[in-house]
Every structure is written in structure tokens, then in C-alpha cells.
Design a protein around this ligand. Structure first.
Ligand SMILES: *[C@@H]1O[C@H](CO)[C@@H](O)[C@H](O)[C@H]1NC(C)=O
Ligand SMILES: *[C@@H]1O[C@H](CO)[C@@H](O)[C@H](O)[C@H]1NC(C)=O
Ligand SMILES: *[C@@H]1O[C@H](CO)[C@@H](O)[C@H](O)[C@H]1NC(C)=O
Ligand SMILES: *[C@@H]1O[C@H](CO)[C@@H](O)[C@H](O)[C@H]1NC(C)=O
Ligand SMILES: *[C@@H]1O[C@H](CO)[C@@H](O)[C@H](O)[C@H]1NC(C)=O
Ligand SMILES: [Zn+2]
Ligand SMILES: [Zn+2]
Length: 361
């Protein structure tokens, strides 16, 4: 039973509004990319109510199906009819995201749905992993069946298997990934050692472009970023097309699509070890991250989650406050709007595999 997670990053549309007469354009910015949020079409459904029949409803149903809100697959394709099943799904969605439970596609709901997000379903086998448990303290999650590496495998090895498609040097890559593993090693008694790819490593790490044979193709710059499999699969794939920042200060990277490699790696390693997503925004296992942002410190939620799976490292002294550094970020309210110069806003999301799922810890 394999669970499959991946990150996807999406970028909201933004506009370039500086005047060439008033200010010279900043030379360090790359050409403006035209990233498209694939869910932007949902904005057309804003205001739709039960009983409506509108083109695009079928796509929204597919979306809600993908995330667990509509359990049964359609007999053929979903219809464009705003039926009872859709209304119920929307209400559950609204509860999970702490929106007003209106049962129709009000603007707040549409905006939330349009946000890039994790593809891991919010509802597994009828059990929501989200808002219903938010009052509880333990928000970290595991995969169905709580898969973990067995105690005989506390000294894990990893190897890079496909790095030729990125320009990051081997030594830099080793350093960054080693730092990412060390975050998890510090809290548990697990150890992680890089080995050669011919040494039967427990964990394999590689960069891939597009369709790379596991049914979850990467999608170029931003969009899908990385994915990793739950224990004891060990595969960790990164989208070779991303503008990975492995060295230096990601917050001052020249590209607005810059992604901090270490931050993504810390998150994906959480999946490799058995953690699912959490609703704790400060946690590493939160599904989204922004461009030009470094977020590498485990939060208490991450630490408690991993220690409940693998035990505590007696040397671990506590949880540092989660720190997130970012620049030129805008608020969530920018969704679907043209944003100001340089105000690229996006989120990372983790997409869940289909066979596995989250269970509450
Ligand atoms: C949304 O509506 C606009 C304007 O009517 C239309 O041009 C666009 O194609 C629609 N998008 C989708 C995804 O239906
Ligand atoms: C389902 O939708 C797809 C894409 O819109 C279309 O190609 C296919 O023919 C549809 N299938 C049925 C059974 O309507
Ligand atoms: C929920 O409804 C209240 C009262 O109508 C409104 O003030 C608030 O803005 C709504 N919240 C959202 C997220 O739509
Ligand atoms: C879903 O729930 C039913 C009823 O509790 C249970 O029998 C079944 O094994 C569950 N399926 C999965 C995949 O957890
Ligand atoms: C704790 O620290 C001591 C001293 O540095 C070290 O020898 C030991 O291996 C550490 N224990 C773990 C579980 O990391
Ligand atoms: Zn893959
Ligand atoms: Zn994830």
C-alpha cells in the first residue's frame, strides 16, 4: 500500500505595473513568466447555487472528488449540474477550511478553492483530516496504517540517483540534503547517511522532468514541485524545471520563482518518514510554501508527530520557534487579482497519493 505525495506550486497571475519612464526596470528580474493557475476557471463559478447548470461545474466536481469531498467517481464524466451531492461536498469543504457554511459557491469559497493546494485528499474514507480535529492538539498526521521504517532500519541510507538535469553541484546538493535530513535526525534516533547509488540505498533522491514513469508527471516551472513516497518506498522526486535555490539567501534570489531546495527537502523527508500533512501553518508538514521563502525549522507539531513514530532523541532539547523568512509576499487576498510589480504570490502544495491517505495521529 503505497502513498504518494507531491508538492505542487502554482502562481497567481500578476502584472508588471512599473513605468519605464518613472523608474528603470530592475535588471535582475527575469522575463515575466506567464504562469497559469489551473483552477482559475473556478472563478467563473462564483455565485453558483444548487440547481444551477453551468459549464465548469464538472471540473469543480472533479476537483472535489480528487480531494475526497465527492467520494464516488462519476458513472461517466461529472455533469455540470449543481446537485445535492455537490452542495454537501461544498458544505464539508467550507467546514474544513473554516469558511461560512453557505452550501453555495460564494466568493470566499471559490477563492479558497482556487488557491494552490495539496493534492492529498482532505477526506479519507469518509473521515475528514481537517477542521473537525483542529481543536485537538495533535494535528500532525500519518498515512493510512501508520507506515514507518522498521526499528531494524533506524540507520537509513540515501543516494542521489538522477541529478544531471540540474546545475546544482554534487557537493552543494549533498550539503543541502544532509542539512535537511539532520533536522529530523536531531529529534529522533534515526540517522541518515549518504551512500553511492549502487549501495542499495533506502532512500533515493532525483530530479526529473515531466512524465518520469510513476504516474505523476512534473509540470515545469512552479506547479508541481516535488513528491515523495511513504515508508518504506523511499523515493523522493524533485521537478528538475524549478528554479531551485540551493545556496545563498533565497529571499534575495533574482528569480521570482525561486524555490528553496532545503525547505522542500525537509518537508518531503517528513513524508519519506511517514508524516502526512498538518493544518498547523508554521509546521514543516503544512502543505504550502511560498517562493523566495526559507522554512526549515521543525515546529512542535512536526516534532511530536515524528517522535510518536520513532521515539525521542534524548539529546533533543526542544523546539525552536518556527521561522519563515520571506520577501515581497502579498496576502492571500491577491488570489486571482493582478498583483503589483514583483508581488508574485504562490503556494506550494502537496498532492496525495491516491492509494494511501491521512489518518489522525
Ligand atoms: C471564464 O469566463 C471567461 C469570460 O466569460 C471566459 O473567457 C473563460 O474562458 C472562462 N473560463 C473558463 C475556465 O471557463
Ligand atoms: C468525458 O470528458 C472528456 C473530456 O471532456 C471527453 O473527451 C469524453 O468524451 C467524455 N466522456 C463521456 C463518456 O462523456
Ligand atoms: C461569513 O459571514 C459573515 C456574516 O455574514 C461575514 O461577515 C464574513 O465576512 C463571512 N466570512 C467569510 C469568510 O465569507
Ligand atoms: C473504510 O471504512 C470501512 C468502514 O469503516 C472499512 O471497512 C474499510 O476498511 C475502510 N477502508 C479503508 C481504505 O480504510
Ligand atoms: C547524544 O549526544 C552524544 C554526545 O554528543 C552522542 O554521543 C550520542 O550519540 C547522541 N545520541 C543520539 C541518539 O544522537
Ligand atoms: Zn516521481
Ligand atoms: Zn507534503
Amino acid at each position: 500500500m503505497m502513498s504518494f505525495i507531491f508538492f505542487a506550486f502554482l502562481v497567481l497571475p500578476f502584472t508588471y505595473t512599473n513605468s519605464v519612464f518613472a523608474f528603470p526596470p530592475l535588471p535582475s528580474f527575469p522575463p515575466i513568466p506567464s504562469f497559469t493557475n489551473p483552477w482559475e476557471g473556478f472563478q467563473n463559478l462564483s455565485g453558483c447555487h444548487p440547481g444551477d447548470n453551468v459549464p465548469g461545474i464538472s471540473d469543480l466536481k472533479q476537483y472535489l472528488h480528487d480531494f475526497g469531498y465527492i467520494s464516488n467517481p462519476p458513472p461517466a464524466n461529472f455533469t455540470n449540474s449543481f446537485d445535492d451531492e455537490l452542495e454537501a461536498a461544498i458544505k464539508t469543504y467550507q467546514k474544513n477550511f473554516k469558511l461560512n457554511v453557505t452550501g453555495f459557491l460564494d466568493p470566499s469559497t471559490i477563492n479558497q478553492m482556487t488557491l494552490p493546494r495539496c493534492g492529498m485528499p482532505d477526506i479519507i474514507n469518509g473521515t475528514s483530516t481537517m477542521a473537525s480535529s483542529l481543536h485537538g492538539r495533535k494535528l500532525y498526521t500519518y498515512f493510512t496504517g501508520n507506515p514507518r521504517w522498521p526499528s531494524s532500519k533506524s540507520q537509513l541510507t540515501y543516494a542521489f540517483t538522477s541529478t544531471s538535469s540540474v546545475s546544482i553541484s554534487t557537493s552543494t546538493l549533498s550539503t543541502v540534503i544532509s542539512r535537511a535530513f539532520s533536522r529530523w535526525a536531531a529529534t529522533t534516533t534515526l540517522t541518515f547517511t549518504e551512500v553511492g547509488s549502487d549501495s542499495d540505498p533506502d532512500i533515493t533522491i532525483g530530479f526529473y522532468s515531466g512524465d518520469h514513469g510513476d504516474g505523476e508527471p512534473f509540470d515545469g516551472v512552479l506547479g508541481t514541485l516535488a513528491h515523495a513516497f511513504s515508508p518504506t518506498d523511499g523515493r523522493f522526486h524533485l521537478d528538475a524545471a524549478e528554479q531551485w535555490v540551493a545556496e545563498g539567501d533565497v529571499t534575495t534570489a533574482s528569480s521570482d520563482a525561486a524555490i528553496d531546495l532545503e525547505s522542500v527537502a525537509v518537508h518531503e523527508i517528513g513524508h519519506l518518514l511517514g508524516l502526512g500533512h498538518t493544518s498547523v501553518e508554521s509546521a514543516i508538514m503544512y502543505p504550502t510554501i511560498k517562493t523566495k521563502t526559507k522554512k526549515v525549522e521543525l515546529a512542535e507539531d512536526d516534532v511530536v508527530g515524528i517522535q510518536n513514530l520513532y521515539g525521542k532523541n534524548p539529546n533533543y532539547t526542544g523546539v525552536a520557534p518556527a521561522t519563515t523568512v520571506q520577501q515581497r509576499d502579498t496576502s492571500d487576498a491577491g488570489l486571482g487579482l493582478g498583483l503589483g510589480f514583483g508581488s508574485l504570490f504562490w503556494r506550494v502544495l502537496v498532492v496525495g497519493g491516491v492509494v494511501g491517505g491521512l489518518v489522525l495521529g
